[in-house]
Each structure stands twice: as C-alpha cells, then as structure tokens.
Design a protein around this ligand. Structure first.
Ligand SMILES: Cc1cc2nc3c(=O)[nH]c(=O)nc-3n(C[C@H](O)[C@H](O)[C@H](O)COP(=O)(O)OP(=O)(O)OC[C@H]3O[C@@H](n4cnc5c(N)ncnc54)[C@H](O)[C@@H]3O)c2cc1C
Length: 187
C-alpha cells in the first residue's frame, strides 16, 4: 500500500512537472509555490482515497473493507469508537467515520467517508449515529446493504437505509457485539 502511494505521488509530481514544462512564460516564485501547494493537497487527497493511516498501524483502510461500521458525532470520543472496532472486527471489517467525528478528533481523516473523504462501496455499511448529510451519502450510498442506527426517526440516513433501527447506538452496538460473540464463527 505504501509503495502504491509513493507511485501515485510520483505520478502526481510528474503531472505537475509536465504542467511546468508546458508553461510558456518564465516560472515565477509564486508559480512554484502554487504548484508545491497543489502537490501537497493532491498527496493528502490520495492518502484519504487509499485509506492510509497516518499512524501507520495495520488496521484495514476503509477503501479495502467489505464491511464498514461507521460512527458519527454522538460517539463523543475516540475511546467510544473502540466498541465500533470490536463490532467491525467480528464482522471481518473496519471502522469509518463522518466528517463531524473526524473534525472532533475522534478518528483520523483517513477514516472519513464522504465527499471530502473516501468513497466506499462495501457489502455492508452500518451507520451508527450518522445523520445522513448529502456529503456523507455521496461517499457510501453505493454500499450493497446499509444498516442505519439513529435515535431520530426522521434522520435522512433512513431514506437510503436497507434496514433502519430507531435506537440508541450505545444500546444496540453492544447488543449486536454480544450476539455475534455468542454465535459460532463462520468456517
Ligand atoms: C464542503 C463539505 C464537505 C463535507 N464532506 C463531508 C464528508 O466527506 N463526510 C461527512 O460525513 N460529512 C461531510 N460534511 C459534513 C456534513 O455536512 C455533516 O455535517 C456531517 O456529515 C454530520 O456528521 P454526523 O452525522 O456525524 O453528525 P450530526 O449531524 O451531529 O448527526 C448525528 C446524528 O446522530 C443521531 N444520534 C444522536 N445521538 C444518538 C445515539 N445515542 N444513538 C444513535 N443516533 C444518535 C442524531 O439523531 C443525528 O441524526 C461536509 C460538509 C461540507 C460543507
């Protein structure tokens, strides 16, 4: 994965070099600064597209996962995301997050799903305490099965959910986890 990123970086850099070469006018210091900035932005975007963790740990990226358990602002802390990781691992998947949860610092930006995060299309997407803002939906509406857990029956996420649970995530997530732990592992 790291090699892939480096290759992508090289491709982006080469593209910018190409732009520079094709510029008829003499390159100014401001041009160089602008291109450097554009390069940095593109690299950041690539990191988010490929779901690479800034911390470099071995957790699967959201782009690679068949199952994503995603958390929103109501999770309230990084520690509370541990219950989502537990559920996700039992299902063979990983954790995603809304931008609100990322902005609050509960999860790294590589886990953000949506328009300005990663666009995902897993077999199963479980949205826990995610309202369903259009920018979030843009990143996950291609999921095969969407389960939404939300206390508000009018939350927009229910409009695209395959299964909707009007429930407190802090009750349902541990209950699901306990049930999975009690059931035999698939062969
Ligand atoms: C240019 C732009 C780009 C953006 N890009 C993205 C993006 O890529 N990804 C993204 O996600 N957002 C993006 N956003 C932000 C987006 O508009 C929303 O603000 C954000 O998705 C809201 O996150 P949230 O659903 O976690 O939080 P909230 O809007 O706070 O919603 C929380 C939801 O949880 C429910 N809830 C509360 N407590 C519980 C509980 N105990 N159990 C269950 N449910 C509960 C509430 O009813 C509510 O529906 C972008 C916005 C802009 C302007």
């Amino acid at each position: 994965m790291k090699i892939k990123i480096e290759e992508e970086n090289k491709q982006i850099l080469n593209a910018y070099r190409g732009i520079l070469r094709s510029m008829k006018t003499k390159r100014t210091q401001a041009d160089t600064k602008l291109i450097r900035k554009a390069f940095d932005v593109a690299v950041d975007a690539r990191e988010s597209i490929y779901g690479v963790e800034a911390s470099g740990n071995n957790e699967m990226g959201v782009a690679d996962a068949d199952v994503i358990v995603s958390g929103g602002r109501p999770l309230g802390s990084e520690d509370n995301f541990a219950s989502l990781y537990e559920l996700a691992h039992l299902l063979g998947g990983t954790v995603g997050a809304s931008r609100a949860a990322v902005d609050e610092g509960y999860q790294p930006v590589a886990r953000q799903v949506g328009l300005t995060g990663t666009v995902v299309a897993p077999r199963l997407y479980i949205a826990c305490g995610i309202d369903g803002a259009i920018q979030h939906l843009a990143g996950m509406r291609g999921s095969q099965v969407i389960v939404a857990i939300n206390t508000n029956p009018d939350a927009p996420i229910f409009k695209i959910a395959t299964y909707g649970c009007v429930m407190d995530l802090f009750e349902l997530v541990p209950a699901l986890t306990a049930q999975l732990q009690a059931s035999p592992q698939p062969a």
